[in-house]
Design a protein around this ligand. Sequence first.
Ligand code: GDP
Ligand code: MG
Length: 518
Amino acid sequence: MVLSELGGALSQAFQKLSRSSSIDEETVKQILKEIVSALISSDVNVQMVKALRENVLTKVTPLLESDSAIDSSGRARLIEKAVVEELVKILDPGKEPYKLKKGKCNVIMFVGLQGAGKTTTVAKYCHYYQQRKWKVAMVCADTFRAGAFDQLKQNATKIRVPFYGSYTENDPVKIAAEGVAQFRKEGYELIIVDTSGRHKQETALFAEMEEVQKAVCPDDVVFVMDSSIGQAAAAQAKAFKESVSVGSVVITKLDGHAKGGGALSAVAFTKSPIVFIGTGEHFDALEPFNASRFIGKLLGRGDTVGLLTELSEKGVLDAVGNPEMQKRMIKGEFTLRDLREQYTGILKIGSLSKMFEMIPGAGDMMKNLPKGPNGQTVDPSVALKKCLVMMDSMTAAELDGVVEMNETRAIRIIRGSGATPDEFQKLMMQHKQFEKMIGGMSKTGLLKQNESDMMKQMKRDPKQLANQLQRSLDPNMLKSMGGVDKMLDMMKSFGDMTGGGGGGGGDFSKLAKLFGQK
Ligand code: GDP
Ligand code: MG
């Protein structure tokens, strides 16, 4: 069972539970049986699955026995909570990872079997920290695999990170020591040492890793594990932990059709936390890992905290929170310049399909993403970039809506930006749609409300709010969001998770902006 199926199976079990009219020990055992079988068929370590079952039973049985006032829906929630807590426990060894020290020199050594994804992950890791303004460098201490240095060099060149390695020296220990020493002297904050792997756990590999470790004294050792190795993951993780001082784990290839459960649960054997997961071959396919948010996402509940963290780290929320724009939006105005600012902000996120995955209940929006010629999902970021190029060819007056766009100018913009007339047309229509939506919403007064008022209204009278939204939003746009109920659901979970209703920051226009754009 691949991970997405596992998520579906678990959600289904929980749904069944919440529909049961009476819940006794038998019901719980039955549900646990389903959960256990789903976890095992995703390769989650058998011992851990057994422990999960026992722990959940121990936790919930007293609740079921006592003829307390807990009704069946309360029971269902408690059982679900107990299962989720146990799942999180499997993925979280309860230890903080090594915290990089900004302004100091941090040496990080990457280890793992050949093909696990070390070299790729080293590049992604460097890219991740470089984007966050760290001064990074990489050292290639892999002299075992033919072409290893070239691979690292190519990656480093693409992401513009300095690198150290040698075509002639074949002692990895010497290269590692020299490279680290050089970058230390040059004041790098983050020096990554990529080491060689072997096809299997063997003595020569472990001996080499130990020597490199001794030579460079890393602040952290990151163990890279391929997610597709199934139940073999436990033994591998144990072997690495015993040989070098593994402090953090990265699980790679969690995109596609990996079962993943084996590697994910093997983290317990390293007694070290998973810090990132790799979700693709590109440099930005690396996601910070947090056990409870991962489980939330697996169960289709989104990862709002992760989303907000990412948005704020990349400075997107600053762009979204532009007070001038908000003032104009309250008045119902939305210029091409506003659209450009929105799109620029969104592009900072990277992949939009990734972002949709993090929004609770946004699965339907995923289905509505544009499809390529082979039916594959095309990330809308590509189209957004084109729009930006077109808007960059416009004059200030055109962007601010001071002058109307005429045909001559349209042709100039299309030529100047290398776009097609069709793409230009679409951009104009998008802007008109937004203008209309903002105009409509401005009339309802919704934009003036802050988030907590909005949440209160939603709790008090969701129907009325739904009607208000229905009246103010473009029907096509509403449809693409999966309908008004879906949108309310999304807003509700967003509010719950961001502490909305408790007067959390932000206002509804932020939500509209985040969700409203395709
Ligand atoms: P190394 O031998 O441990 O250094 O492994 P490499 O970094 O050379 O990676 C081996 C292969 O796995 C390469 O083809 C990578 O593109 C691929 N790879 C690494 N990480 C990921 C990932 O997260 N997703 C996918 N789909 N492929 C990955
Ligand atoms: Mg490699």
